[in-house]
Design a protein around this ligand. Sequence first.
Ligand SMILES: C[S@@+](CC[C@H](N)C(=O)[O-])C[C@H]1O[C@@H](n2cnc3c(N)ncnc32)[C@H](O)[C@@H]1O
Length: 288
Amino acid sequence: MVVKKKKTLTRLAQGRPPLATPSRSMTRKASRTLINKHHQLEKTRIRAIRIGDKETEAKITAELESLGGLDHYQKASLQGQSIDRGGDTSKVLMEWLPLDELKKQTQPLQMLEVGALSTRNACSTSKIFNVEHIDLNSQEPGIQQQDFMERPLPENGKGPFDIISLSLVLNFVPDALGRGAMLLRTLSFLRADTDTTITTEPLFPCLFVVLPRSCVDNSRYFTDDKFDELMAALCYTRVRSKKTQKLAYSLWRRVAGVVKEGLTFPKQEVNPGKTRNNFVMTLKGPKT
Ligand SMILES: C[S@@+](CC[C@H](N)C(=O)[O-])C[C@H]1O[C@@H](n2cnc3c(N)ncnc32)[C@H](O)[C@@H]1O
């Protein structure tokens, strides 16, 4: 028997979702090139904004537009989601949940899917969830065009959702502080009552996160331990975890506790190495 040697992922781009087989609209290579280029340009644009380099910012924005902007990027990502390539990440979440118990609920659970490309993924069609889909750029009438970071906070301070999905969204956010801020913000929309007994094993309220595997396995600044540490500071505990060759899936239950005012989580090198990437999520002060 020939044993296939597992490839070690060295670049963040290698961890992105499986891409399409050649199609009339976009070949596998073309969609991969587009996704990588988009991520690269976004990073450069954010750097330019940070240092006030208006000229570079305008140049990169124009370049992003010439590539077809977010819309084209999403179409490339959608190819990675298509069912025949097993790309729907929400299938893993469905495998993790006690579906029989959840089907007995009189009301469907409330789910917020941030960064939704389709309304037909496994969670959305399961009937277990009432899913609200949002994205920066809506690809379907059932997806509300909304920036999660600008979404109005619940009026009574009580989050309505049992579960939030951030599948391949945090790595889309171009800067470390923005990613941390997004994680922190999930708390405002999740139910705060952590002792609800929806399932025999306490799983809700929770956050489903999918990242390219190289974000936790090959970063100079971020590892699974760091992720646990950051999430613990945000009152989340890991209840499920799975890795495929390219992706790292995790489910985090919100636990009782108060997130410290002005909590910081700095960038620290934990895995030096020339071939590693710079992915990290950080928190800085009260405004993050
Ligand atoms: C790589 S796609 C992932 C899509 C899908 N969730 C998946 O797992 O394949 C990332 C998506 O996140 C969306 N996104 C990023 N930041 C967002 C934000 N702040 N609010 C809403 N959507 C966001 C982008 O517009 C993009 O469509």
